[in-house]
Write a protein that binds this ligand. Sequence first.
Ligand SMILES: Nc1ncnc2c1ncn2[C@@H]1O[C@H](COP(=O)(O)OP(=O)(O)OP(=O)(O)O)[C@@H](O)[C@H]1O
Length: 255
Amino acid sequence: MTAYIRARHIGLDLPLYTQEQGGVRATAGLFLRAAFQPPRRILRTTLDDISFDIEEGDRVALIGRNGAGKSTLLKILVGAYPPTRGVLEVGGSRQALLNLSLGFNSEATLVENIILRGIAMGLKPAQAASIAGGVLEFAELEEKAGHRLRTLSSGQRIRLGFALATAMQNEILIMDEWLGAGDASFIKKAKERIRARVDNAKIIVLASHNASLLRNVCNRAMLLEGGRLVALGGVEEILATYQKSLRDGFAKPAA
Ligand SMILES: Nc1ncnc2c1ncn2[C@@H]1O[C@H](COP(=O)(O)OP(=O)(O)OP(=O)(O)O)[C@@H](O)[C@H]1O
């Protein structure tokens, strides 16, 4: 099957909860306000009117300043947020390498967590159970298979999340800057695995502020600004447009 991602005028509104702010003298009333004035819920447009085609072989860098909407767009691409407007079509199996410890159940054991997350990733229960041994081995946590997840250190949790998220090769890999966690030998092993997954994926979408990583992995780039797609093209060209926009101000939305 040919892998693709097509976005047509997609937009996302997210709820924001705001509380009226009092002055310093009103600080005494803080608790009363919190009790009697519940936060106001407003919808904020986080992404707007984004259209693009990503085809097999594309390795796309998502570039933009803090708050531009990169992570939010990645979450739409993995299916975590359905777009409020527009149409998103995805062909091919997807895997996110985003928040590696998200979605774990701290009261369940490591094996139970692997099976639950495996099912959430689209595996059948028997398939999910069959990958548990390999995941635990890669994470170097075999002796903790039956322990509750809450007994792991934060680094061990990330190792488990990484081992699970990269256990299988998927056609579309959606990731943000991956920061190594753990000791040097684990980081080396993890980099080798991620390189293999990146090399064998049909499509990559990678959000990062690291220009050399983007140059190394990607052949196309999209520049986001204020929740809008303002430029798309080759990596060098878009990195130059981004540097210029940091110096001179906002770029104009792409036609
Ligand atoms: N769950 C949410 N609810 C409301 N607003 C959100 C939510 N998540 C993100 N935002 C807002 O959406 C905007 C885009 O955030 P996003 O995390 O996508 O930016 P980013 O480009 O990935 O930034 P960074 O480079 O800092 O990681 C920001 O203004 C952020 O405050």
